[in-house]
Design a protein around this ligand. Sequence first.
Ligand SMILES: NC(=O)c1ccc[n+]([C@@H]2O[C@H](COP(=O)([O-])OP(=O)(O)OC[C@H]3O[C@@H](n4cnc5c(N)ncnc54)[C@H](O)[C@@H]3O)[C@@H](O)[C@H]2O)c1
Length: 407
Amino acid sequence: MAACLQLNAKPLKPLLQPFPSSSNESLKPRAIRCSSAPSPSKRRYSITLLPGDGIGPEVISVAKNVLELAGSLEGIQFKFHEMLLGGAALDVTGVPLPDETVSMAKQSDAVLLGAIGGYQWDNNEKHLKPETGLLQLREALKVFANLRPATVFPQLVDASTLKREVAEGVDIMVVRELTGGIYFGKPRGFSTNENGEETGFNTEIYAAYEIDRIARVAFETARKRQGKLCSVDKANVLEASMLWRKKVTAIAADYPDVELSHMYVDNAAMQLVRYPKQFDTILTNNIFGDIISDEASMITGSIGMLPSASIGKSGPGLFEPIHGSAPDIAGQDKANPFATVLSAAMLLRYGLGEANAAKRIENAVLDTLNRGFRTGDIHSAGTKLAGCKQIGEEILKSVDSQVPAVV
Ligand SMILES: NC(=O)c1ccc[n+]([C@@H]2O[C@H](COP(=O)([O-])OP(=O)(O)OC[C@H]3O[C@@H](n4cnc5c(N)ncnc54)[C@H](O)[C@@H]3O)[C@@H](O)[C@H]2O)c1
């Protein structure tokens, strides 16, 4: 089983360096072959694939091919196990997370997920919703740390909703606590108040150890980036945030090389659109992280470009694009697969410690963008509109034609 928390590699930094455009656009033979560089013994990994619903199977199919090729060039062999999750699992087994899926995921070295959800399951009872399956999976894998990079690609800077001078050069890593806080806190439920009115309630709660472990992931992450960590909370109002700030401040003593700041979440939401370049690494709780990372994603232009990694203390990590199942474009070959392909790169880097193979994929994404290929969500005048499958083919060409990556 692969050790997780491979935080000793630089996270996605290379993405900010424009890769020289490849002039060779012909499709080279794509037979799986070994790297010409001397490689240590052949590494073998077992990967659970969870295509899920909507565009999930389309983007996973692309990412699987890219993983296979980049891996083979680095002497890595994968064994893939495709399992059911979400609506796809509900339709076949009656539950959103079958036991077989949990068992296979736990046995594997890493898990790559597409997306779950769709209109047809929207009115299901809560325990029979696709989203419940995903939350249960995160809980089962104990992946408490969610890393979400929001990087503005130089080629896509005009796709940002912000002005060029504000968006250009933005490179943020949001480290979000994933298995605690108000999404899981108890008590929760529905009740009736003294006036006989219906109420709904939830509990925002954090234990010290939960703050401690996510804070350490964030400090380690910041240390490998620009060395700046901003912890986002609501310590002026919420007790859970007061404890959060106290613990994070205490842990900072172990990381004298990291510059720690604190910011209230309402201000952070504002600063992200005012001057996002002030942020390097952001640490925050489950609910604030959910919102902040989606906001950060919009700076980059499209939700279809953003990967994520969810990792625990040990055991397999869960890697997935941050977007949903996009039922409005499912089955039309319109999905942007870059986020899932970059999630596969995160799987290699953070889940398996295979930084060279990760770099190959990141470089190939840049090269494909440099050669002008775009799905509809990031298409602009002068670029080449392509479907999900064609983008996949172009990324494979780029993986195949790049010089071996050196990290
Ligand atoms: N992690 C997950 O699997 C996840 C996350 C969010 C939402 N969902 C589920 O997905 C379903 C749809 O939710 P939603 O519409 O709010 O969010 P969504 O992310 O699926 O889609 C939002 C918008 O972005 C577009 N979009 C998303 N990903 C894209 C891609 N790769 N390429 C091009 N365009 C893309 C969609 O077409 C849509 O217009 C719901 O059932 C929701 O619960 C799942």
